[in-house]
Design a protein around this ligand. Structure first.
Ligand code: PGA
Length: 256
């Protein structure tokens, strides 16, 4: 059986009210239940995680995600949420190392600790990596290689196939960013990411890691990106806040 593809909705700090979140959850869960080959994850603000479990309609393709986690499991860490708390609230996937969090000062070293915490709490880390600028000389490749290697320090061979790598070139992220990466360029970059993983974990294990893409994935480009980009799915920001756009993306991925 072919492994399932995966589309993760990163709601970021949206929507503004719990009732809007509930409506969106319900609409997306309904669409997810119709998919055959795709898992759907919604990563809402942590305050809304419990809202999802209240919304109707169970779906075997639907999972809950979180946008961040603290490295410690409990204690005096004001404003933080721990991995056991997320796990207890029904979360299965945790986004880590998103560029918007790296921009607040998160280092590869901290991110690697978060990845390990997520794994030891039996959840799946969605490790975001991506260059800020896409220079023509290929310098961005060493940025990527360093992010991957350093953010995975301490992750054992035993665990690496659990990790999802979300390749998100920072210049392509957001409604105002312009366009997503070209699908053929994306294909090349995924080969490079696998090569880097192979240097650390060996070819076979590197091949078992899912690589997904994020950065201006829209209803209009999802089909092209999934067919030619050599990825197992997407991490979707702004387009995941519209049930209509998001379900078009889900359809494209499921039909690919
Ligand atoms: P975007 O965001 O789809 O709005 O570009 C993607 C992300 O930041 O994960």
């Amino acid at each position: 059986m072919k492994p399932k593809k995966i589309v993760i909705a990163n709601w970021k700090m949206n929507p503004v009210t719990a009732s809007e979140a509930k409506v969106l959850f319900t609409q997306i869960k309904k669409k997810a239940s119709l998919l055959k080959r795709t898992h759907v994850v919604i990563a809402p603000p942590s305050l809304y995680i419990s809202v999802s479990t209240q919304s109707t309609k169970k779906s075997k393709n639907f999972f809950l995600g979180a946008q961040n986690v603290h490295t410690h499991t409990s204690g005096a860490y004001t404003g933080e949420v721990s991995a056991p708390m997320l796990k207890d609230s029904g979360v299965s996937y945790v986004i880590v190392g998103h560029s918007e969090r790296r921009a607040t000062g998160e280092t590869d070293e901290l991110i690697s600790k978060k990845v390990q915490t997520i794994l030891s709490n039996k959840m799946i880390p969605v490790l975001c990596v991506g260059e800020r600028e896409h220079d023509q000389n290929g310098l961005y490749l060493s940025t990527l290689a360093n992010q991957i290697k350093n953010s995975l320090i301490g992750v054992l061979k035993l665990d690496i196939s659990q990790v999802i790598i979300a390749y998100e070139p920072v210049w392509a992220i957001g409604k105002t960013a312009g366009e997503a990466m070209d699908s053929h360029k994306l294909h090349e970059t995924t080969l490079f990411i696998r090569k880097v993983l192979g240097e650390v974990y060996g070819r076979l294990l590197a091949d078992s890691v899912k690589i997904i893409y994020g950065g201006s994935v829209e209803a209009e480009n999802a089909s092209e990106l999934i067919q030619n980009g050599n990825v197992s799915g997407f991490l979707v920001g702004h387009a995941s806040l519209s049930a209509l756009s998001f379900s078009d993306i889900l359809k494209s991925v499921d039909n690919a």
